[in-house]
Design a protein around this ligand. Sequence first.
Ligand code: EPS
Length: 402
Amino acid sequence: MIRFLTAGESHGKELTVIIEGFPSNVPLVKSEIDPELERRQSGYGRGLRMKIEKDNVELTAGVRYGKTLGSPVAMRIINKDFENWTEVMSAAPLKSKSQKVTIPRPGHADLTGTQKYNYDDIRNSIERSSARETAARVAAGAAAKSLLRQFGISVGSFVESIGGIYPGESALKNLLNLYDPEIMGIDQLSRIADNSEVRVLDEKQEQKIIRKIKAAKKNGDTLGGTVIIAANGVPPGLGSFAQYDRRIDAALSAAMMSVHAIKGVEIGAGFDAADKFGSEVHDEIIFEKNNFSRKTNRAGGIEGGITNGLPVIIRAAMKPIATLMQPIESVDLKTMSTVDARRERSDFTAVPACAVICEAMTAWVMADFMIQKFGGDSLEEMKDNYDTYLKKLVPRVKKNFR
Ligand code: EPS
């Protein structure tokens, strides 16, 4: 129902994002988008680019007096670094072209992109495949979060591990095994994580991780990790088992997998559930305070491709950054001979940023499925549909089974 498109290269003039299909009257202000962009730039182990950029958004269309108009919303994020790349990234033809990049980095789109698009300079692949693009996605995600907030839905995240270093006590297990609104939900956990240099919840773990990042930097190596994203306040009924692509867990998994360097996605107990008995996995159904709930949340808030009203919980695995400062082998496309892979300025780890980016993508999918179910050209119309649905949800079940 809604789409966003991004455009722009890592060292080009700017990033552009266009959102299509948003209802009118959704609050959207720069002061709520920029803090998300700042969160994305944070994290110990980020590269020098983060000292150059102070990402902030300019709302250029589809918004008036702080509210969406129902027409396409456009935003732009300037690349300050472009002033150092005006020749290399010139849109206009130049008499003398810059030095071509001919040695692909393993683990990025350097060789696959060059083969696919028949480039004669790997720089053409590096620029758009760069994780710089995620700044635009976070801006779109901020718009989605604003829409979700109107319905009491929030999305948060924390880093579970970096470089194989996990916390003493698993916050994920708490989120999955005991669904109890009293235990710390993702909103509090996300706020705690925002105060950590690597967005983890455990101070001892944070220190161990920072030491490991320092060691990686010293060895010219990089690190990946795992992130936990959750959405709170999601109503039952989003998504459907009717078709493969209407299952909301399928859409969420695709959205996570679309984030740079993500190589694994789990919903709820995920792979851990594969090793357990059904009696250890399935969430027993309870009816309390005139509402359905579950005793646990190992399904991660989704059953049969449909949200069940519990927090939606996602875990994603990010591989280490592809640009290594220590040499690993590659091939020079000019000579086809074996050479050391190219090195260029890069992050040593970007797992904290990845958690924020996965939040944005989760918010986007949630907003899309909310609009699919409750529609409405305006926020008010959408809210009317939503309120009617919620009000009648339990009475309808009671009436049908009387
Ligand atoms: C990034 C900005 C760019 C990207 C980087 C993420 O940094 P730099 O200008 O130093 O290249 O290259 O992306 C990667 C590290 C990657 O492997 O794609 C940003 O703004 O997040």
